[in-house]
Ligand binder design. Structure first.
Ligand SMILES: C[S@@+](CC[C@H](N)C(=O)[O-])C[C@H]1O[C@@H](n2cnc3c(N)ncnc32)[C@H](O)[C@@H]1O
Length: 278
């Protein structure tokens, strides 16, 4: 076991320093991820199904203006929201860069006779102009972006929306920081989430207080001493910091909720859902 290598890898990395390993599109991890998306009782890769149902009800009853709107779902995963919305008559385009999730979504839509357009693409490269009434980015993916990536996305979303169109997304708030200690944990697994070979995983949370960001870093070591490192950064926001950000990109009339089911905004909430207008 190369302890010196482990020592080096377990140092706190620079803010948003990427790991070289693929995460969303890794052959094994994406398989486990799809299982997590599809488990109706897990709040893991997607929210559990009871929450998704509440979200769809809320979007339809309180947020969407009428049935005749075009919706773009960024980071759509296997399309759990899209199927429900398409069944209610909305026109949907979903974009994701997990090949496994997009393939699943395409196949399920075809099998259910739903006319949903799915695109395998990095959503930071979209190039639409005044095309959508609604753009959504659900399950706190916004916070995984570096500030530069976030700014690219906000420009592209603004451009892709029709005038008066809305952008809906959720983020983690600073309430997570207070409860996240600088914890370390380990696991040992066979055909587990990170690798199909038996592995040892060492997970640590790092906080970057000045940049309102935390990192969950996992080092995964297999029997043959193959070592991979996975970094999931998350920029958390407050109502005030996200308002300032959105204002810089021309969005207006921001509405805030505690979560993506439309629960009333509370300062205590660990998530914040935002509906903002072009
Ligand atoms: C946490 S999952 C949420 C999936 C879906 N929105 C849901 O709530 O069921 C995040 C999804 O975003 C996708 N994703 C992350 N970054 C992306 C990017 N830059 N471009 C396209 N898809 C991305 C991942 O592949 C994954 O399917």
């Amino acid at each position: 076991m190369d302890i010196n290598k482990l020592l080096k890898l377990s140092q706190k990395p620079n803010l948003f320093e990427k790991s070289e390993t693929d995460f969303w599109d890794d052959e094994h991890i994406s398989k486990k991820m799809l299982e997590a998306h599809l488990n109706p009782d897990w709040d893991a890769a997607s929210r559990k199904i009871s929450t998704i149902n509440l979200s769809v009800e809320w979007l339809e009853n309180d947020i969407f203006s009428d049935k005749d709107i075009k919706i773009l779902d960024l980071g759509c995963g296997p399309g759990l929201y899209d199927f429900k919305l398409a069944k209610r008559g909305y026109s949907i385009t979903g974009i994701d860069f997990s090949k496994r999730s997009i393939n699943y979504a395409k196949k399920s839509a075809t099998e259910s006779n739903l006319d949903i357009k799915y695109i395998y693409q990095d959503y930071l490269t979209i190039d639409f102009e005044s095309e959508f009434d609604v753009i959504m980015l659900i399950f706190c993916d916004f916070g995984a972006l570096t500030n530069d990536e976030r700014d690219i996305l906000l420009n592209k979303v603004y451009r892709a929306l029709k005038p008066g169109g809305i952008f809906i997304f959720d983020i983690f708030t600073d309430r997570n920081r207070d409860e996240r200690d600088l914890g370390k944990s380990w696991g040992i697994s066979k055909d587990g989430f990170w690798n199909k070979k038996p592995y040892l995983s060492l997970t640590e949370t790092f906080i970057y207080s000045e940049d309102d960001t935390f990192l969950d870093q996992t080092i995964v070591m297999t029997e043959d001493e193959d070592i991979n490192i996975y970094r999931l950064f998350n920029h958390y926001y407050t109502k005030s910091t996200i308002t300032n950000t959105l204002n810089q990109f021309g969005f207006k009339n921001h509405a805030y909720y505690s979560d993506i089911t439309g629960k009333e905004y509370s300062e205590e909430s660990k998530t914040l859902a935002v509906v903002t207008t072009k």
